[in-house]
Write a protein that binds this ligand. Structure first.
Ligand SMILES: Cc1cc2nc3c(=O)[nH]c(=O)nc-3n(C[C@H](O)[C@H](O)[C@H](O)COP(=O)(O)OP(=O)(O)OC[C@H]3O[C@@H](n4cnc5c(N)ncnc54)[C@H](O)[C@@H]3O)c2cc1C
Length: 408
């Protein structure tokens, strides 16, 4: 029997594996793919890792090797028009950056490399799970073999088959929106990130370490922009980004359908849902993966506490504590993103002007700016050790029978 079985080697599954290994737990990681390295899916995704996620990666010794491929974000601007800009910075005293932008393929490949080198982690690829059991004896079955563990972590994405097999409730909805992600070259380099409200959606401009910028447009599926050829798309992107940056060249682009899903409970005795399997939101606020990293931090604290006190990982108490800590954060973020998405559909000019005015006025309110910066940086409470940049410390309690033995 191993300590932890993880199903799914996406970003959260790999980070959970490294975090468990840091607690000296033995991990078996299963994925249907034939490699943990990126299969081009993430090559198009700029991932904004907030300051909290970056501290977690530092604690797990991943940040250092990723740093040359990461762009540190100091300032973010949110606007409707240039006159209505709300800007916020990192808190310079404690954190130089709001977060870091990395390309998804760099993140996936770096995490995969760490996992493959880790002596505590065994990977099983091309692994399609036939059945799964949680409860007092968590186990999975594949290819006529059973694998048992003290805890199962299910991280196999939004369409998670294994969540369904466990019978865990999940409310899913497709959005009538797509995200178009385009790699572009600018006339002049721009260090800051921008999020602009445009007709029917948002347009973001995100700098990356390679010097290229990523434009992300979230709009109704029926919007003409998704039907344009490269030449017309370049013209349209220039219009969307007018007054913010001058686009010189369009390199490539990809379209992702947007949807969301939320599990009312992400833990049951013996099993935990992690990443999009438990909570998936559109990338409009660049928050989904960051929240999954926070969840890994919470899980690491609970595992450390359980090891220290020699209590099980697979009982009702453990899953209750996990749910009570992480689920309120999922609910709060879902509400925040839904509010943001409502601002997309503000079609009346007077409403748009009021929103612009609100952004402009908010820009003068320092405590509000600090609140937004802190939220954007991902510092949520209670703050897990990994999010503080530390691996949770374990001081195993001396067992009574060991004391008796030594007396004898
Ligand atoms: C365009 C875009 C930009 C984004 N930008 C950001 C951002 O800036 N910041 C942010 O926080 N989030 C962002 N996100 C969200 C983030 O990418 C996702 O939250 C994250 O990738 C989810 O990872 P996951 O491992 O849960 O799911 P997936 O990426 O779907 O991975 C699931 C893994 O499980 C494996 N698997 C599937 N089924 C099985 C099975 N039956 N058995 C075994 N293995 C299985 C798959 O092969 C895969 O490896 C973005 C998303 C998009 C689309």
């Amino acid at each position: 029997m191993t300590d932890v079985i993880i199903i799914g080697g996406g970003f959260p599954g790999l980070v959970a594996a490294i975090a468990c290994s840091k607690l000296n737990l033995k991990v078996q990681l299963f994925d249907v793919k034939d490699s943990l390295k990126d299969s081009q899916l993430h090559a198009f995704k700029p991932i904004v890792l907030n300051a909290a996620s970056w501290q977690l990666l530092q604690a797990l010794n991943v940040a250092k090797s990723l740093e040359p491929k990461a762009h540190g974000l100091k300032t973010m601007h949110v606007l409707r028009d240039t006159w209505s800009t709300f800007s916020f910075d990192a808190d310079q005293r404690r954190h130089p950056h709001l977060g870091y932008v990395v390309m998804g393929s760099d993140l996936q490949n770096e995490l995969a490399r760490k996992v493959e080198q880790d002596q505590n982690i065994t990977c099983f690829l091309n692994a399609k799970i036939d059945s799964i059991e949680a409860g007092a004896q968590p186990k999975i079955h594949l290819a006529d073999k059973a694998y048992a563990a003290r805890l199962l972590i299910v991280a196999d994405g939004r369409q998670s088959e294994n969540r369904t097999k466990l019978g865990m409730a999940y409310t899913q909805s497709e959005w009538d929106k797509n995200a178009l992600v385009a790699s572009v070259e600018l006339e002049d380099s721009c260090e800051d990130a921008y999020l602009r409200f445009v007709s029917g959606g948002t347009a973001a401009c995100i700098p990356t370490a390679s010097g290229m910028h990523q434009i992300i447009l979230a709009k109704q599926k029926s919007d003409d922009i998704f039907k344009l050829d490269d030449e017309a798309l370049l013209v349209s992107l220039k219009e969307h980004m007018a007054d913010i940056c001058k686009i010189k060249k369009l390199h490539r682009h990809m379209v992702f359908p947007l949807g969301q899903g939320i599990a009312s409970k992400v833990a049951m005795p013996g099993a935990i849902l992690l990443g999009d399997a438990g909570f998936a939101i559109p990338p409009v606020g660049a928050q989904g993966l960051n929240l999954a990293f926070f969840d890994v931090g919470v899980l690491a604290d609970l595992l450390a506490h359980a090891i220290e006190n020699q209590v099980p990982f697979n009982d009702e108490k453990f899953s209750q504590r996990y749910n009570q800590t992480v689920v309120p954060h999922h609910d709060k973020l879902l509400k925040g993103v839904s509010t943001l998405m409502n601002l997309f559909d503000m079609n009346a000019i007077w409403l748009q002007s009021m929103h612009g005015l609100a952004l402009k006025l908010a820009n003068y309110v320092s405590p509000f700016k600090r609140y937004v910066a802190e939220f954007g940086m991902g510092f949520r409470y209670p703050m897990p050790a990994l999010i503080r940049g530390q691996v949770p410390k374990i001081y195993p309690k001396v067992m009574r029978h060991a004391e008796v033995d030594s007396d004898a």
